[in-house]
Every structure is written in C-alpha cells, then in structure tokens.
Design a binder for this molecule. Structure first.
Ligand SMILES: NC(=O)c1ccc[n+]([C@@H]2O[C@H](COP(=O)([O-])OP(=O)(O)OC[C@H]3O[C@@H](n4cnc5c(N)ncnc54)[C@H](O)[C@@H]3O)[C@@H](O)[C@H]2O)c1
Length: 209
C-alpha cells in the first residue's frame, strides 16, 4: 500500500466524496466529471480535483473519473473498509438511536452486533442482534476493530475487555474518564462540550459587536 501524505482538510472531505460515489455506483454510474460531483457534494470542482490528486494517477483530464476505480483506491490506499464490522456496547437510549441509524450506505461499514448487561435488552433491535456482555469474547465478529461505547457503568473494565478482544478504536459517548493502551484510538463525542463551545463562540462574537 502506497503511503500518502494527505492534508487534514482533504481527509475530512474524503468520506463525503465516498458517500456520493457509493450512491453513484449503486445507481450504475461509471464515470463522473468533477463538476458533476461538485454539484452532488457542494464542494468546488477545483477543490475536488486537488483532493483527488493525492490519490495518484486517475486517468486523463476531461474524461471524468472512473467511479469504481476511485472507490477501490479509497479502499486500498486510505484503508477505508466498507465492510468494517463495528460493535456497539450499551443498547440503552443512545445505543438504540445509533442502532436505528445503522444505515451508513456501507461508507464505513455497519454495526454488526451489540452487547448489553441488561438481559431485557438482549434481543434483536432494529435488525441488529444484541448479546449479553458475558458473550462478548464469543460473539465479537472476527477482525472487529471498532467499538461504539454507549454504556453507563464499569467503563474502564469494559474498555479493558474490548481491547483484549482486539478493539483498536473506540467511539466514546460515555464522557467518563478511562485509560486505553497506546495504539488504541479514542474519539470522544460529547454534545455538552459542543454546546459549551458554541456558547463561548457566540459570547465572544456578541462581545465584538
Ligand atoms: N456524549 C454525549 O453527548 C452523551 C449524551 C447523552 C448521554 N451520554 C452518555 O451515554 C451513555 C448512555 O446514555 P443512555 O442515555 O443511553 O443511558 P441508558 O441508561 O439508557 O443506556 C445505557 C445502557 O448501557 C447498558 N450498560 C451499562 N453498563 C454496561 C456495561 N458495563 N456493559 C454493557 N452494558 C452496559 C445498560 O444496561 C443500558 O442498556 C451514558 O454514559 C451517558 O452519560 C452521552
């Protein structure tokens, strides 16, 4: 796999392109001009061309991009796996909302199954099997690397178990402090701090006017 050095802003746009490309592929579209893609994703064609230039030689200019080839390149070079098997731990209010939203058009894979300590939650929910926590080691899909954490108790203990099962990335909604070993990436999602940030920004804008 060729190692590429892609600017952060470009990396943030790749999932947007990918989503649009997957839709086009689903609809049988094989070629797309940057102008047409620009209209779909609301990003300037020049930005798209520059972003795609990091992906190597994509063919002659003016002929349009090969949709299948682009998707393949994203998959291979950026390590994006549409078949990523994700697990969710904690099928409560937040967890259920995410299970119901498990329609990511195979852009980043899908929640393959979920786990909970409450036996009442351990049944199929929104088409996803929810297993008891006691079956984590047995039921976790082979090669699963990413877990979404929406639990309310025993976070550290749960993280330790997940890491022991091979989890390398955690999307954490719990906003409880925990430690993870080096090499395990954590993405914290916190609505409260987002609101706080917005309040600070709005206040600082108010004080300037
Ligand atoms: N990040 C945010 O912006 C945000 C917003 C709201 C809630 N939260 C947090 O998200 C978490 C879930 O919130 P909720 O409203 O869905 O709570 P909830 O009580 O409805 O759901 C929690 C679920 O996790 C299960 N659970 C608890 N401990 C577990 C464990 N150790 N292993 C497996 N399952 C376990 C429970 O049985 C329950 O089904 C909480 O920690 C809450 O503080 C975060």
């Amino acid at each position: 796999m060729r190692k590429i050095n892609v600017p952060k802003a470009t990396l943030h746009r790749y999932p947007i392109y990918l989503k649009a490309l997957r839709r086009l592929q689903k609809n049988g579209v094989e070629k797309i001009m940057s102008k047409e893609l620009a209209a779909l994703v609301d990003i300037e064609p020049t930005t798209i061309r520059r972003d795609f230039s990091f992906l190597g030689n994509l063919g002659k200019q003016g002929y349009g991009y090969d949709v299948n080839k682009l998707i393949e390149i994203f998959n291979l070079q950026l390590g994006v796996d549409f078949d990523e098997k994700i697990i969710l731990v904690g099928a409560g209010n937040l967890g259920k909302a995410l299970l119901n939203y498990n329609k990511w058009d195979h852009v980043v894979g899908e929640i393959a199954c979920a786990f909970d300590i409450d036996p009442e939650k351990c049944k199929e929910q929104f088409g996803v099997d929810v297993y008891p926590m006691s079956e984590l080691e047995e039921k976790i899909p082979k090669g699963c690397r990413i877990a979404i954490l929406t639990i309310s108790n025993d976070v550290q203990q749960t993280v330790d178990r997940l890491v022991a099962c091979g989890i390398q990335g955690i999307v954490d909604f719990t906003h409880q402090h925990f430690k993870a070993p080096k090499g395990v990436d954590i993405k914290f999602i916190d609505v409260v701090s987002s609101i706080q940030e917005l309040v600070f920004q709005t206040n600082s804008m108010d004080s300037k006017t």
